[in-house]
Design a protein. Structure first.
Ligand code: HEC
Length: 117
């Protein structure tokens, strides 16, 4: 029967946007007080527009900590996951002290951030 794989595919297609939608709500609740996704950075945090695969500490309109500036490289989804799980462990001395304990919430947030190009 070909029905099963089609059902699985439909489920997968349904789940991905749902994950990003959860991420949108989480972002509004937990991140938006410091981070914008649209234009300029604010005084409390850099803009996260296009953050997935963006270079670390790359915004010229935000003054980053030395901890973040010295990390180098780009924000892959897995690096974002590690950072959000334990910001001070990942970048000791970073100005971001907010952590997201739930792996599901981190996955949803990263799925949503991918949509903010
Ligand atoms: C209380 C304010 C605050 C909150 C809440 C906050 N952040 Fe941050 N975030 C910062 C600051 C400040 C920095 C810059 C840190 C530095 O320079 O060390 C930062 C940096 C970042 C960076 C790296 C940006 C870059 O340009 O390299 C990412 C990614 C990030 N935050 C994601 C998030 C997400 C996702 C959330 C919500 C779950 C969140 N932050 C919640 C203040 C905050």
């Amino acid at each position: 029967m070909a029905v099963r794989p089609i059902l699985v595919l439909l489920l997968l297609l349904a789940v991905r946007p749902a994950l990003a939608a959860d991420g949108r709500t989480l972002f509004a609740d937990q991140c938006a007080s410091c981070h914008s996704l649209a234009g300029a950075s604010g005084p409390d945090g850099p803009s996260l527009k296009g953050i997935v695969w963006r270079k670390v500490a790359a915004r010229s309109d935000f003054v980053y900590s030395g901890a973040l500036k010295s990390l180098g490289g780009s924000w892959s989804p897995s690096r974002l996951d590690e950072f959000l799980k334990d910001t001070q462990g990942f970048a000791p001395g970073t100005g971001m002290n907010f952590v997201v304990d739930s792996p599901q919430d981190r996955a949803a947030l990263i799925a949503y951030l991918r949509t903010a190009r």
